[in-house]
Design a protein around this ligand. Sequence first.
Ligand SMILES: Nc1ncnc2c1ncn2[C@@H]1O[C@H](COP(=O)(O)OP(=O)(O)OP(=O)(O)O)[C@@H](O)[C@H]1O
Ligand SMILES: [Mg+2]
Length: 250
Amino acid sequence: MKKSEGGQGSPLIELQGVNKEFASPGGKVKVLHNINVTIAPGEFLAVVGKSGSGKSTFLNMLTGIDRPSSGVVLVGDTPVHLLPEGRLAAWRGRAIGVVFQFFQLLPTLTVAENVMLPMDFAGLYRGKRRERALALLAQVGIREQADKLPSSLSGGQQQRAAIARALANDPPLVVADEPTGNLDGRTAGEVIALFSNLANSGKTVVMVTHEREATAFSDRAIVLADGSIESESMGARSVKKYGAQEAAHA
Ligand SMILES: Nc1ncnc2c1ncn2[C@@H]1O[C@H](COP(=O)(O)OP(=O)(O)OP(=O)(O)O)[C@@H](O)[C@H]1O
Ligand SMILES: [Mg+2]
């Protein structure tokens, strides 16, 4: 069985000495400086930092949406920094679910069709795509919206649909770039709870957030400043897990 097909075995993720610079009219701009991070399987990692600190660029290194100028990016046994352009999209489609701030649902497809699209691209779940899409929509609480167009959904419902789409191929890693940035406080809390459930079910979750509460739901938060990891702190989720282990051993 293909590793990415069953969602079993979340990957260990490693960034080693990752640097990223962009060419700009004024010369090269260095955006990530010697980033070294290991993310454990099943970990919920929050990435915070000011606007322009390099958070999205950091995520793009994980997803292969962009390449490091130097350094190593390993997602499980895949050296993402070495994947040829032609193989990146296919790899990403099976290995990673990506969630964006502005949902990025295709407006002319129904919600269910949006969720089925990654399955179509990857050639997975043939014959049971709709059934699977409906189950995923039920999982995120919007089964009854399945046959509507995205424009008729609220922001929170659209983000739920985007999360269902990210789960289409049961990827072991889910990456989200400010998924609550466009939602009101209560809806944001509900969406974060969904990501938390994903981590509970064994998926690795990496989420960029502006929110101060990042440590309230994550295992660990890293703070980026000017493209470097400025600090790192343990989140409440990790404290809870650790506490539970302690109790179990007592
Ligand atoms: N394609 C690009 N070309 C040139 N510079 C870029 C490019 N992408 C990002 N940058 C620069 O890299 C820096 C980091 O950008 P990035 O988008 O990663 O920040 P961010 O932390 O995600 O910010 P925000 O919170 O506003 O989304 C910024 O100074 C940005 O202008
Ligand atoms: Mg960003």
